[in-house]
Design a protein around this ligand. Structure first.
Ligand code: ZN
Length: 119
């Protein structure tokens, strides 16, 4: 296990703010129809390690395909800083947009390509 750090993050306008515990060395770039448009870099955390500090009322949910993931974006600025779903083990998981974390230089992270388009 890599060491975990608690990060703060959120949307652009500040309506949505959260904190999350992550071991952020590798992030995932997915080529599915949604991720490639959004251009986000993904990190995953158990739902228990994620705290939504504010903005629950600002979130709009978007679903597509198998509707297994709640893609949540801010109704004010449109930024999707995180999403909720179930991990491969069936446990509640949060997908974090690493580009929305405070003070993280995403150019320093290892990016793993995932072929989500074929799933
Ligand atoms: Zn916002």
């Amino acid at each position: 296990m890599t060491d975990q750090t608690t990060y703060s993050g959120g949307c652009h306008c500040g309506a949505v703010r959260y904190s999350v515990k992550l071991a952020l060395s590798t992030v995932i770039e997915c080529n599915c129809s949604l991720c490639r448009r959004r251009g986000w870099l993904l990190a995953f955390a158990p739902a228990a390690d994620f705290t939504l500090e504010r903005g629950a009322e600002a979130l709009i949910e978007y679903q597509f395909n198998k509707k297994r993931v709640q893609h949540l974006f801010c109704r004010v600025c449109g930024v999707q800083s995180f999403g909720r779903g179930d991990g491969p083990d069936g446990k509640a998981t949060v997908a974090i947009n690493a580009r929305c974390l405070d003070g993280v230089d995403t150019s320093k992270l290892t990016v793993k390509q995932v072929d989500g388009a074929s799933l």
